[in-house]
Structures are given as structure tokens and as C-alpha cells.
Design a protein around this ligand. Structure first.
Ligand SMILES: Nc1nc2c(c(=O)[nH]1)N[C@H]1C(S)=C(S)[C@@H](COP(=O)(O)O)O[C@H]1N2
Ligand SMILES: [Mo]
Length: 429
């Protein structure tokens, strides 16, 4: 049931691609002139931090960011919660991130029954149902399996859902902060399940969490055996409680809600579960009246993170050279490229991908730009190696309607005004 492929690749991307040669600049002379001591007092006086001893090395035995970075934090909004902060989401400040890894303390946090604090000594993982050898594992036993580390994003399918009808938030953090990315370490289920022996009739698995919400999700066994993992580490340290300490299911590229945290059991069966936990199952109503029941992968997507409403160009001057940066990702493959438009999607030019370009992973893109101080409509459009291209809003709404809530991946446009302010706008034909 792939709702996207036909509709969203309908227009040939190359047909639209035109180089805006004049605005492509070499990366030299980005900063025009150097400072001199006369106009910069900070150059003459010795800074305070050099006149006295710093903090003793045993002051913070678990390190914290500089106090000057106190604004860089997750944020909550009442519009994005179901009434209280136990069933809610804390959004990631994606405009503040560098590279493709989210620091653990900033990883977005979605919980349906609060953040469980699990005692690792009492933790048990049960694997049962249609298997030859049902298993109960302690955390230590689980960690004895050969481990692998992989970089993947997790995105809640509700990310961007506030924008279906019209722009609602004028901050990137609240628009798209229901995602983050980490290097995860754990065991591949294809490895672990060799010991368990799945019976041939087993086609589905129920993954259930041990937290207060006991969130359960049904998945096809194929995906489990393809690239799913049980992970216990996140960016080199144990999972944070917010990410499911001590063990979560990682389902690369698929909907965030399937990545069950505080994982208690995996039960194998011959048909999908319709357990009570699944009453909140994510379904989507399309304009035809047909609901899409199980659509798992997160589609190709991208957003410009600099500039953005939270990070405007208000301190830029006409003629300044600036790096436009953003994130692109696809749960169905590897990002092949990202185009940028300065006129709301009429003309496109290719950005460069920088750093690691990995499957089902955030990919950073960049474009050096000389801003002439005139208003622009800045958009990005990503495409992946599975053949998908990000749709326009019109293309997406035609397929999904405006009641869809989930899986929004239409092109995002920033209106950059002459004073450098940046606004979230919708381009419709
Ligand atoms: N046990 C359990 N697992 C859960 C949830 C939950 O509430 N309980 N929330 C899910 C949802 S809806 C999402 S989007 C992701 C969010 O993962 P994160 O909080 O690590 O960002 O976890 C999923 N796994
Ligand atoms: Mo979610």
C-alpha cells in the first residue's frame, strides 16, 4: 500500500532543475574584513576566564553544556500534548544541532504514560508465542549477543502534523522537532532470533513496553528480520530513561511509535494483534474515505534549519555570503540529493550533501549563498535512492487531504524578508 510513489514522483524533478548561477558563490571571502583592536575592546583586555583558575576537573564528573548554551533545550507546547505532561512530547531543537547526531539530552521525548525509570537488575525481556524456544533474558544476557552500532533517525509520524491546513507554528522546533538521530548500539533481531527459532506460521510480532502506557505495536516479522534491533546504547552511553532505558526496539526508518521503549516482550503470532493497546493505532483517513491502516516507513523529507524562523538572517547585511543548511532524511532509503529554491519552488538548484550519507539516516545539506538583501522564498526538496521525491503541498494534499495528521512530508518554504526575518509559509497554486 504505497500511497506515495505514483503521486509524488509524477513530476520529473530534473525538468524543474535550473541553476541559479549568479547566486552560487565560491566558499572564499565569507567574512569580509578582519577586526582591529580599536573597534573591538574584547581584543585588548584580558578575558575574565584567563585571570583566575577554571573549575577543578572533578567539579562535573558527568559533563554539562556551557551555561551560555542554556537556551538550547527541548521544548513543550500545550497544543502538542494530550492534556498533561505524562502523555506528551518534548520537541528537539533541530535548528541548534550540528552534523547528524542529536546529543542525548536533546533527543525528542514522546511518552504516553510518563518516562519510566526501570531498574536494570529487575529488567527482563520475554520472547514468546509462535517460537521454538521461548526465552526470558536479563539485561546482561541480552548484552552478551554480538552488538552493532548504526546511525538512524527516529521520527514520530505526527511530526509536522500541525501544518496540514495552514501554517500553525512559526518555529522550526515546534514544526519539525518530533524527530532526532543517534548512533544506536544493540543486537540485530535476525541474530538474536536464531536462538529462538521463529515458527514458519509466525508472520507478526507484538512489541510491548513495560511503562505505565504498556504501549504495544504490531509489526511484520519480515521487518524484524531485515534490520530491526534491540538497542541498549545511544551515542556511546546507556539509553537515556527518556529513550527507553534499558532496552528499546529500533525499527530503522519506520514510524517512531513502533520503536517501543522500556521493551518488555515480543510475542510472535500468525495475524496482526488487535489488542486494546492498539486502539490508539495510527491510521489515516484519505479524501476517498479510505483509511490507511498500516503504513510504516517515514517518507523522504527535508527542511532548511538555517535560516529558519528560530534562526533568522536579521544580522546579515546585503551582499553577505552565508551557508544555507538543512537536514534531509528518508525511511525508505538513502538521500541521493537535495534541491533548493529561492522563488518558492519555480526554479531549483542542487545543494551539496555534507558529511556521512547513510541509509535511513539524517543527511545534512549545504549551499553557499550571497544574499542580495531582497525577500526570497526558500524551499528544499529531497529525493532518495528508492525513487521518491518530496511532494509539493498541493500534490500531497491531493492524495492525503487535510485531515491526515500523520506522515506529512510536503516541501517546507521559508519566507525570508528584507529585514532577515523568517516566516513559515505555505505555497499553493
Ligand atoms: N513503551 C513506550 N514506547 C514508546 C512510546 C511510549 O509512550 N511508550 N512512545 C512511542 C512514540 S509515539 C514515539 S514517536 C517514540 C519516541 O521516541 P523517543 O521518546 O525516544 O524520541 O517512542 C515510541 N515508543
Ligand atoms: Mo509518536
Amino acid at each position: 500500500m504505497n500511497k506515495i510513489k505514483d503521486n509524488k514522483t509524477a513530476n520529473s524533478r530534473r525538468g524543474f532543475l535550473k541553476n541559479i548561477a549568479a547566486s552560487v558563490v565560491a566558499a572564499s571571502a565569507v567574512v569580509p574584513a578582519s577586526l582591529s583592536a580599536e573597534d573591538d575592546p574584547a581584543l585588548i583586555k584580558e578575558p575574565e576566564w584567563g585571570k583566575k583558575l577554571g573549575l577543578p576537573v572533578d567539579k562535573h564528573l558527568y559533563g554539562m553544556p556551557s551555561p551560555y548554551e542554556h537556551n538550547v533545550k527541548r521544548r513543550v507546547h500545550k497544543l502538542l500534548s494530550s492534556g498533561d505532561m505524562y502523555a506528551s512530547v518534548a520537541m528537539c531543537p533541530i535548528h541548534e544541532l550540528n552534523g547528524i547526531i542529536t546529543p542525548n539530552g536533546l533527543f525528542f521525548n514522546r511518552a504516553h504514560g510518563g518516562v519510566a525509570i526501570v531498574d536494570p537488575n529487575e529488567y527482563r525481556l520475554i520472547i514468546h508465542g509462535l517460537v521454538e524456544n521461548p526465552l526470558v533474558l536479563t539485561l546482561d544476557q541480552l548484552k552478551r549477543y554480538p552488538s552493532e552500532s548504526r546511525i538512524h533517525f527516529i521520527e514520530c509520524p505526527a511530526n509536522g502534523s500541525t501544518g496540514w491546513r495552514a501554517p500553525q507554528f512559526n518555529t522550526l522546533q515546534f514544526m519539525k522537532g518530533m524527530m532526532s538521530s543517534a548512533e544506536w548500539t544493540g543486537v540485530k533481531l535476525s541474530t538474536l532470533l536464531k536462538d529462538v527459532g521463529i515458527k514458519p506460521e509466525a508472520k507478526w510480532v507484538l512489541a510491548e513496553g513495560s511503562d505505565n502506557s504498556h504501549m504495544g505495536r504490531t509489526l511484520p516479522v519480515e521487518k524484524l528480520l531485515d534490520d530491526a534491533m534491540l538497542v541498549w546504547a545511544q551515542n556511546g552511553e546507556a539509553l537515556r530513561p527518556e529513550q527507553g532505558y534499558p532496552v528499546r526496539l529500533l525499527v530503522p526508518g519506520w514510524e517512531g511509535n513502533l520503536n517501543v521503549k522500556w521493551l518488555k516482550r515480543l510475542e510472535f503470532g500468525d495475524k496482526p494483534w488487535h489488542a486494546k493497546e492498539e486502539t490508539s493505532k495510527y491510521t489515516m483517513l484519505t479524501p476517498s474515505g479510505k483509511a490507511i491502516r498500516y503504513f510504516w516507513p517515514m517518507e523522504v523529507n527535508s527542511v532548511i534549519t538555517s535560516p529558519c524562523p528560530d534562526k533568522p538572517w536579521t544580522d546579515l547585511k546585503k551582499g553577505d555570503i552565508v551557508e544555507i543548511e538543512g537536514l534531509a532524511w528518508s525511511g525508505q532509503g538513502t538521500i541521493k540529493g537535495v534541491d533548493i529554491s529561492f522563488d518558492g519552488g519555480k526554479n531549483w538548484t542542487e545543494a551539496s550533501l555534507k558529511g556521512l550519507v547513510l541509509p535511513k539516516s539524517w543527511t545534512r545539506f549545504s549551499f553557499m549563498y550571497k544574499w542580495d538583501g531582497k525577500p526570497i522564498l526558500l524551499s528544499s526538496r529531497a529525493y532518495d535512492d528508492a525513487g521518491f521525491v518530496q511532494p509539493t503541498i498541493d500534490q500531497e494534499v491531493k492524495v492525503m487531504g487535510v485531515e491526515a495528521i500523520y506522515h506529512r512530508n510536503a516541501i517546507v518554504t521559508w519566507e525570508v524578508k528584507a529585514n532577515g526575518e523568517v516566516n513559515n509559509v505555505h505555497i499553493r497554486s
